[in-house]
Design a protein. Structure first.
Length: 628
């Protein structure tokens, strides 16, 4: 039994991080403190001044531990890392942990290309962004390729070698006019460089000269009755205008700035971010935080900054926010991450203040739209579940639905998956994966029997533990049982489920989700009868969504196990490639197959991969004839 009085008394008067755990050892909150003794004690004193969320958290704390640090800055860094690792229930968490793409001009090459990059690295290239929407980046790069005849191939072309390449035949891109064929020495490095300069000017928003040039050339071509040329120039001019529209200039100082503001109602909060790059609004992003009543505006913004910039590749020079907590500490931390000065400012007048107000208005509209959609979705889901209840003649509406699937290839790496839908919506926090341990070979029935037995066995053990300790059911992973079980299969899988349920003396209805010859969801098997559902009905859409989700979840787990096995059998055999380099390669290329296809240039740009290691990788795959 954890002795709170003793451990509170032993807390040091030093900076550090504290970790709160529930009765089953799950981390439910991570926080930092300038003085651990003072901060942690506050949770266990009078709760009348605590926000409701803190009151709920304290009820579930069964033990805590702490890590002391030398400074508050170290505590902040450690806190961010632990939150990212544990994703504690009572911390404010970003549900969207995605990176943002950049437009990269490869100035580190003699004949640069324009490509999309996921990360910004110090490699001598020029980066524009990040952009919050991949579709915008893709559209801009396609438009640039339409305007400028730059190469798109990955060949390593060095200017000093061009004179020896005059015998090379250019590819189709040259013949259709979208590349100047530097590989065949049809253009010099200086001439090519002027085209690249125009691309950079366009991405910086300095496109007036280019527009005038295209306009004049178009008019001249029309006067000379060169109508095809004039039409081509017109299309290029339209493309330049489209690129400009994607990047609205609002400031002339060409600085990189993020504008962060929020709108709070009585229950939830929307944080909105506007991205300015080189003086242009290139996009925005919003994040919804639920159950924030009792939290201050300054605390929410501070927490958001730590999470958002702790996980993104780009930190701008200036971050504009309303008044926040820990401003100086956050500035120091961000500057450390960026390796350059970062300032957090609160504008009180002028254009920046007006833009901050616009960000807040957008946050308000977004939150109101989120609430309206939530209400509409809830009504629609309730109606769908009521229809499902009538179709199956169930005694009660199935608020919690669990679906199961098995995935393997000829019995290898067999896995099972469980997905959960509550009130018609997926509850990913309750998804579970099972590696088949007892069944050998491709036996789906016995594999399903194993995972269902393990699922309900875990559930009853947790229920027993919860009753002994007088705890709430929310602490468990399996203790909440479903109102309806869906099996990804026919009558055989359904009968297996009923056998397991009888062993545990459980009465839960079970349906099989069946597909037609074209592998599309056809209907349900229930009580040994097939129920055909209307293809456009809301019930069919829900069942199809559940079936697709459980199949996706099983396939994803199976693929990860297979790739780990392949990674072990292939990458570990390559000379000079240790565990760190294996991780870096897989992180960059995504799979062994992509590593096998990588060029020397791509390998050498990977962190920790030098020329000797790149040669070793290429030589290995060459000898093995590319087999994985």
């Amino acid at each position: 039994m954890f002795d709170f009085k003793y451990h509170l008394k032993m807390l040091p008067e030093k900076p550090g991080v504290y970790i709160m755990k529930n009765s089953v050892g799950t981390v439910i909150y991570v926080g930092k403190a300038k003085i651990l003794k003072n901060r942690v004690r506050q949770y266990f004193q009078s709760s009348k001044n605590h926000p409701e969320k803190v009151k709920q958290m304290v009820k579930h704390i069964s033990e805590f531990e702490y890590i002391i640090t030398d400074s508050e800055m170290e505590a902040l860094i450690l806190e961010c890392n632990l939150i990212k690792k544990y994703k504690p229930k009572y911390n404010i968490l970003l549900k969207d942990d995605k990176g943002y793409p950049f437009i990269k001009v490869t100035l580190n090459e003699d004949f640069p290309r324009v490509i999309i990059a996921r990360n910004k690295v110090k490699d001598g290239a020029k980066y524009f962004g990040p952009y919050p929407e991949y579709s915008v980046v893709k559209e801009i790069t396609l438009l640039i390729k339409k305007i400028f005849p730059l190469r798109t191939c990955k060949k390593i072309i060095k200017s000093e070698d061009v004179e020896f390449k005059s015998n090379i035949r250019p590819c189709l891109n040259y013949h259709i006019g979208i590349c100047k064929a530097p590989c065949a020495a049809y253009i010099s490095k200086d001439q090519y460089g002027k085209i690249v300069d125009d691309v950079i000017e366009l991405l910086l928003g300095k496109d007036k000269t280019l527009k005038n040039q295209l306009q004049n050339e178009m008019m001249k071509a029309a006067e000379n009755l060169e109508f095809e040329k004039a039409a081509s120039l017109r299309d290029k001019l339209e493309a330049v205008n489209k690129v400009s529209e994607k990047q609205k200039i609002i400031f002339g100082n060409f600085e990189n700035e993020d504008y962060i503001n929020l709108y709070m109602d009585e229950k939830d909060t929307c944080v909105q971010v506007f991205f300015l790059r080189n003086g242009k609004i290139i996009g925005r992003e919003h994040f919804i935080f639920e159950e924030t009543s009792g939290s201050s505006q300054g605390n929410i913004i501070s927490t958001f900054i730590k999470e958002f910039y702790g996980g993104t590749a780009f930190i701008p020079k200036n971050i504009l926010v309303p008044d926040i907590e820990e401003r100086e500490l956050l500035e120091e931390w961000l500057s450390l991450k960026k390796q350059g000065k970062v300032e957090i400012k609160t504008p009180s007048k002028g254009k920046r203040y007006q833009l901050m107000q616009m960000v807040m208005k957008n946050a308000k509209i977004t939150l109101e739209g989120f609430k309206l959609k939530y209400i509409m979705d809830k009504e629609m889901n309730n109606k769908t579940l009521e229809e499902l209840t009538e179709i199956l003649h169930l005694e009660r509406t199935p608020e919690r639905i669990e679906a199961y699937d098995i995935s393997n290839i000829q019995g290898v790496d067999s896995v099972g998956s469980m997905v959960v839908f509550e009130n018609g919506k997926p509850k990913s926090s309750d998804y579970r994966r099972f590696k088949i341990k007892e069944v050998v070979g491709p036996n789906d029935y016995d594999s399903m029997r194993e995972i269902l037995s393990r699922r309900f066995s875990h559930g009853f053990k947790e229920i027993e533990h919860i009753k002994e300790k007088n705890l709430e059911y929310s602490v468990g992973k399996f203790c909440v049982f479903p109102d309806l079980i869906l099996m990804d299969g026919g009558i055989g899988q359904v009968n297996v489920a009923y056998e397991v349920l009888r062993e545990f003396n459980l009465k839960i209805p079970v349906c099989g989700m069946v597909k037609d010859d074209k592998h599309r969801t056809r209907g349900l098997i229930f009580r040994e009868e097939e129920i055909i559902l209307k293809r456009d009905s809301s019930v069919m859409k829900l069942i199809t969504r559940i079936q697709d989700e459980v199949h996706r979840f099983a396939i994803t787990y199976h693929r990860s196990l297979r790739e780990k096995r392949v990674l072990h059998s292939v990458l570990e055999d390559i000379p000079l490639v240790g565990s760190t380099r294996r991780k870096e390669l897989l992180k960059k290329f995504g799979s062994v197959e992509n590593i096998k296809k990588a060029s020397y240039e791509e390998l050498i740009s990977t962190p920790s991969i030098n020329s000797q290691v790149a040669d070793s990788i290429l030589e290995y795959f060459k000898k093995s004839k590319g087999s994985v």
